[in-house]
Write a protein that binds this ligand. Sequence first.
Ligand code: SAM
Ligand code: DTB
Ligand code: SF4
Length: 326
Amino acid sequence: MKKTKDKIKTDWSFNEALEIYNIPFNDLVYQAQTIHRENFKNNKIQMSTLLSVKTGSCPEDCAYCPQSAHHNTDLEKEKLISIEKVKEAAISAKAAGSTRFCLGAAWRSPNDHDLNTVCEMIKEVSSLGLETCVTLGMLKDHQAKKLAKAGLDYYNHNIDTSEEYYSKIISTRTYEDRLNTLENVRKADIKVCCGGILGMGESVHDRIKMLITLANLPKQPESVPLNQLIKIPGTPLEKERDLDPIELIKTIALARILMPLSYVRLSAGRTEMSESTQALAFLAGANSIFQGDVLLTAKNPNREKDTKLLNKLGIVSEELALNHNA
Ligand code: SAM
Ligand code: DTB
Ligand code: SF4
C-alpha cells in the first residue's frame, strides 16, 4: 500500500497534464485505475454525509449556488441550527455507513460567536466516532487554529475552477482569498478537502489548470471533491450546457493520476448521472461519494438507489480506520 507516497510530484506543468489528458480514453482510465490500485484498497469507497447547518442568505455571488442572496432561488432559508439537530443527523449518517460527517454553512466567513457553536458541533460529532469536516467560507489564522483545537479533521474549501475563469463565476472574492484560507487551514494542521465544479461553461484547459493548482499545492489535498454542476433554477448558470460524461471521466482520471494519494470524491451531480457514468468514474479512480438524499440543499440519489448500484458493482463502503484522529 501507499507505494507512491515518497514520490508525489507537485510541479506539474500544463503541457505534462494536457498530454496525459489527451492519451486514448482506455489508456487514460487504465493508467488511473493502476495508480488507484497501488495506493488504495480495491473496490472500496469512502462515504461522507453532508448537513447544512446554516442555509441561504449568503452575501457571496457564486453563480452556481442556490444559497447566494444575489439569486432568486426556491430555497428554504435557515439560521444556524441547534447542536442537538446536528447530533441526530450524525447518528443517522453513521448508521447508514458514513465515516465522515460534513457540516456546511452559507457564510462568506464565520463570526467568532458562530464559530464557537460550530466547535461544539464538531466535538459532538467526533465523540460519535465519525470524522469531521466543515465548510464555513474564508477563515482567518486564529479561526483555523480554534477549529483544530476542537478536533476538526477536514476543512472543505473549493477553488472551484481555474484562476482565469474564477472571475466569470464569482466577483465577491478572489482566487487569492481562497488560497489564503487553504494556507491557514494547513498551518493549523487540519486536513484539506479542496476541489471544484465541472460544467460551468469552462474549457478543458480551465479544468486541467484547476487540477494542476490542486496538485501543485505545497501539500496535495487529502480529499478532492469533483462536483458536476447542478443547474439550479434562478441561478445564472441554470441554462448551462450539459457536461459531456466522457469529459467528466477524463477529468477524474487525470485527478487520480496527478494526486495518487488523495481521495477523489464524485460529489454533487450524481442524481443527473447514469449508473454507467458513475461506474466509469469509480474505474477512473473516484473513491468517495456523498450519501443521503440531500447534499446541502440539492438532491442526491437515495440510499436504496446507491446501495443497488454499489451492489451491482461489488463496491463496498470503507470501514472507519480506528485511528482516524491520529
Ligand atoms: N460557503 C462555503 C464556501 O463556499 O466555501 C461553504 C458552502 S458551499 C455551498 C460548498 C461548495 O459547494 C462550493 O464551493 C461549491 O463547490 C459546491 N456547490 C455549490 N453549489 C453547487 C452546485 N449548484 N452544483 C455543484 N456544486 C455546488
Ligand atoms: C463539495 O465540494 N460539494 C459539497 C460539499 N463540498 C460541501 C456541496 C455540494 C453542494 C451542492 C448544492 C447544494 O446542495 O446546495
Ligand atoms: Fe455562499 Fe458558499 Fe454558496 Fe458561494 S458557494 S454563495 S460562499 S454558500
